[in-house]
Design a protein around this ligand. Structure first.
Ligand code: NAD
Ligand code: UDP
Length: 321
């Protein structure tokens, strides 16, 4: 294992977002200094306010697509001190990326490319936050890393799916051509405290609807499936991958699969409200199934998730209350 040097600096793009802020917190707890760079489009500095901002954590308000932001990183950190660069910057919820189609394509292409160049100039490891969306509406189930996916390249969701696929291609090409020391994590639906209440994802929608005594919205008939991973499990898998020598994509997600209708049952049970559902149209190209094959993460990283869905929802609700 070539672990990162203790006390070195880790740059986290998208560090003020939901997953990014939990990752910054974990890296600080592990003894690293952290630079979070974020344009605050879907994230918030509130997510980092409880951490040692101005001490071991520096926050840079900037867009990774802009060369000016990349130059500003030189003002806040010496390149020789940077051991890793993590790319978590991107709109992530379907409503967020559908509202920012071109920004999403830009951050997954120009943004990732700039950040890879920055990592190379620091001689640092690069970790790319990819997604289960690279599998699209999968024809293989569960999805293992060697499945190439089924993505509509011109559909609405392609702005996100193809941006992430292009990011992976950029990473792989720089590994081959420039010796980039890279890791790729394919994240499956992750939930927990600090998700923006209006991000439009199914867990946030349903938790907030149940707490407000409103009907839970189900798109389509609710028979589509997802596999939900609690954020502490997700972050633990990401950190294990970051500290490992494992090359090539690794799925990190909870393999326990639920229909959206079952998710509604779990959330109304945990919050103790009578289940009431409002059915709405299914968005276009909505994947019918999604479940990670985590054999690779289990074998190579010794990782498997610990938090069951009902327990994770309980933790999320407690943090909101
Ligand atoms: P999020 O929206 O909370 O976090 C994304 C962060 O990136 C935000 O703080 C946002 O302001 C920032 N950002 C967006 N564009 C930027 C840009 N051009 N320059 C700088 N910062 C920018 O979403 P999240 O759920 O925390 O997702 C984090 C990462 O993990 C994303 O890359 C996402 O694609 C990936 N991911 C998340 C999930 C999940 O279920 N949460 C699943 C798969 C992949
Ligand atoms: N969904 C739903 N109700 C909502 C929000 C989403 O039924 O209020 C569905 C959505 O159509 C999809 C699944 O829940 O089938 C997961 O959606 P989410 O936006 O959380 O993420 P995705 O996995 O589609 O990226």
């Amino acid at each position: 294992m070539t672990a990162l040097a203790r006390g070195s600096v880790v740059v986290v793009a998208g560090g003020a977002g939901f997953v990014g802020s939990h990752l910054c917190e974990r890296l600080l707890a592990d003894g690293y200094r952290v630079v979070a760079v974020d344009n605050l489009s879907t994230g918030s500095t509130d997510n980092l306010a409880h951490l040692p901002v101005g001490e071991r954590l520096t926050v840079v308000d900037g867009d990774i697509v802009s060369t000016e932001t990349m130059a500003r990183l030189n003002d806040v950190v010496d390149r020789n001190d940077v051991s890793a660069v993590l790319n978590f910057a991107s709109p992530a919820s379907p409503p967020a990326y559908l509202a920012r189609p071109l920004e999403t394509l830009a951050v997954g292409s120009t943004g990732t490319w700039s950040l890879i160049n920055y990592a190379l100039s620091c001689n640092a490891r690069f970790l790319m936050a990819s997604t289960s969306e690279v599998y699209g509406d999968p024809l293989e189930h569960p999805q293992s890393e060697d499945y190439w996916g089924n993505v509509n390249p011109i559909g609405e969701r392609s702005v996100y799916d193809e941006a992430k696929r292009f990011s992976e291609a950029l990473v792989a090409a720089h590994e081959r051509s420039a010796g980039l020391d890279a890791r790729i994590v394919r994240i499956f639906n992750t939930y927990g405290p600090r998700m923006q209440p209006d991000d439009g994802r199914v867990v946030t929608n349903m938790v907030h609807q149940a707490l407000a005594g409103q009907p839970l919205t189900i798109y389509g008939d609710g028979s589509q499936t997802r596999s939900f991973c609690y954020v502490s499990d997700e972050v633990d898998g990401i950190v294990r991958l970051l500290q490992s020598d494992v090359r090539g994509p690794v799925n990190i997600g909870n393999p326990h699969e639920f229909t959206i209708r079952e998710l509604a049952d779990v959330i109304s049970d945990v919050i103790d409200v009578e289940l009431s559902i409002s059915y709405l149209p299914l968005p276009s190209d909505d994947p019918k199934v999604r479940r990670p094959d985590i054999g690779r993460a289990n074998e190579l990283l010794g990782w498997e998730p610990q938090v069951q869905l009902a327990d994770g929802i309980r933790l999320m609700v407690e943090s909101l209350r």
